[in-house]
Design a protein around this ligand. Structure first.
Ligand code: G4F
Length: 322
């Protein structure tokens, strides 16, 4: 790895088909078995790997699915954080009367801008109150507070990154940026004629995932653990995203986009916008890639993917609806 890390990934289930996909992209990652629903397996994984740092990026992360499987979302996205923290605490011999020593395992929790939900102020900072609008957002809020609590209760190095939407050509096709970039590529190449979307009026602060991973790394390299908002500070509507993506391919979105009630959520997060001042001042973090460059990158990557592969993208990524 570029930073000289030996990276281990936690894999759940038997013959997990994602292992093959992972191998194609990241051949150097070592794998260990474990499941966020199984405390013992996490303790075994920490014992086996003996990590210096643990990044909990695991979740049921697709917001609409959190209404369909609310209990599982609570177990994985919420209680899963408790189980990872407990595995670190138990393996490190930390208790109320025994503090972590030097060289303790550092923990990163992937918190989410979805915790702000129906926002109380804009832009959102580390102290903006939460009003989550989905079981996913509620689960993330639990994990966020628990990370703070383990820091305060046991003195553990536990940091939380409140990440706004982060995208790249590797994004799953169920999320709106990739659904649009792949849809535009299919239309451009004549495979399809339409994209069906939900709420075009919602706005998000979309950034590049690579920039955000650098922020996670900086959080664990800091001298003290803390919570940080990570976003660009610029917000765009879904309609602006769609318009730009079609423009990159030389098409007019009005000829191809249809709104479909099937993609409207039971409760929506209307508008999110980050204030990343704390990350800039304390970590020296700034995003390098802006919205226009990001969307162009994604559309161009999907045009290339579909032009060079001998099958449609659905074969490799699954159907693009929820
Ligand atoms: O791309 P989305 O599904 O992302 P969402 O819900 O903002 O959540 C993502 O970002 C969060 C913050 O980092 C993460 F915590 C979370 O795990 C996930 O990665 O939807 C973005 C917006 C929404 O307002 C949605 O209603 O796009 C709107 N939208 C409109 N039509 C659509 C569609 N979203 C999807 N997925 N599909 C549509 O057809």
């Amino acid at each position: 790895m570029a930073q000289g890390y030996e990276v281990w990934g936690l894999v759940r289930g038997q013959a997990n088909p994602r292992v093959r996909q992972l191998r194609q992209v990241l051949g150097d990652v070592k794998l260990v078995r474990g499941d966020l629903l199984d405390q013992g397996s996490l303790i075994s994984a920490v014992e086996r790997v003996q990590p210096d740092e643990v990044y909990n990026l695991a979740a049921i992360s697709y917001v609409p699915m959190s209404w369909q499987q609310a209990e599982l979302t609570g177990e994985v996205t919420g209680l899963g954080v408790l189980r990872v923290l407990e595995a670190i605490r138990v393996c490190s011999g930390i208790s109320a009367s025994r503090s972590p020593g030097r060289g303790q395992i550092r923990f990163y929790q992937a918190s989410s801008s979805e915790m702000f939900g129906q926002v109380r102020e804009s832009p959102q900072t580390e102290v903006t109150p939460f009003h989550p609008r989905s079981p996913y957002g509620v689960g993330k809020a639990y994990g966020h507070f628990l990370t703070q609590n383990y820091r305060e209760s046991y003195g553990m190095f536990a940091a939380s990154g409140i990440l706004f939407n982060h995208e790249s050509p590797r994004r799953g096709v169920e999320f709106v940026t990739r659904k649009v970039s792949l849809g535009v590529a299919k239309i451009k190449l004549g495979y399809e004629r339409q994209i069906r979307l939900g709420n075009m009026g919602a706005s998000r602060d979309w950034g590049f995932a690579g920039d955000y991973v650098r922020a996670m790394y900086l959080m664990l390299a800091a001298s003290e653990p803390a919570d940080y908002v990570i976003g660009t500070g610029v917000t765009h509507s879904v309609e602006e995203l769609v318009s730009l993506a079609f423009e990159v391919a030389g098409l007019d979105w009005r000829d191809h986009v249809v709104t479909d009630a099937a993609f409207i959520r039971p409760a929506e997060v209307d508008r999110l916008c980050a204030d990343p001042a704390k990350a800039r001042e304390e970590l020296g973090w700034e995003p390098k890639i802006g919205f226009e460059e990001l969307i162009s990158m994604m559309v161009e990557a999907d045009l290339k993917l579909l032009s060079t592969s001998d099958h449609h993208a659905e074969d490799s990524f699954g159907p693009d609806s929820w």
